[in-house]
Ligand binder design. Sequence first.
Ligand code: CMP
Length: 238
Amino acid sequence: MAFPPAVDRREALAGHFLFRHLREAEITALLARSRVEHKRANELIFRKDSPGHGLMAVLSGQVKISMLSSNGREVVLNIINPGEIFGEMALLDGKARSADATAMTPCELLIIDRRDFMPFIEQHPEVAIRLLAVLSERLRHSSDQVHDILFLDLRGRLAKALLRLAEAHMRTPIKGKPIDIKLSQRELGNLIGQSRESVNKQLRAWQNAKLLRIERGRIVLLDIAGIQAEADFGPSVE
Ligand code: CMP
């Protein structure tokens, strides 16, 4: 099984927004309570409504957060990139998982169990405040999604989704590495509530306009400003 190179756990925790302000000894204490798990591409990490046992941080790879309708249709709520966390909702309220989590690529996850993390939060209230910021971000993201689904047509929704997915690459650009999105066209459709066929039609129009290139299993963005213009000026559905 091919996994990406192991990420330094201490570096990942100490550099994370939630823990950046902690002293070295506190990071050491947290590390002692954490463990690393590897997941294969397409492996289920947890299912919606299962008991939530802990907080997860993505060290490497990508995780899909999704839900299934009763007839098996998938809606993708979010894609979690390296350096981001998920599983904080069940961690905080002690209830069941609010969505499915699946490894999209081989993943390395850092996991801290609820029974270890809750006492840590009680001793470090700043971490709780930072977790509130994570929750606010989730809410903003969900509100944006509702807005886009109600008010934007496919063109605007798809352009915005591509820009959001490219954000992680743009934050830490690697010279010479193209800005690519490794997501199937079906998954892109599930992210914006549209069929794979409609997504494919729009992507091909943008490929003809040289905004992007469609490759096997990925989309390479060639003209970010052009895609931004599509997101800004795509007609809205009133
Ligand atoms: P939890 O409910 O523990 O397990 C599923 C996780 O998916 C959840 O915590 C959040 O981390 C994440 N999640 C749930 N709903 C959304 C959403 N609407 N947008 C982004 N992330 C979500």
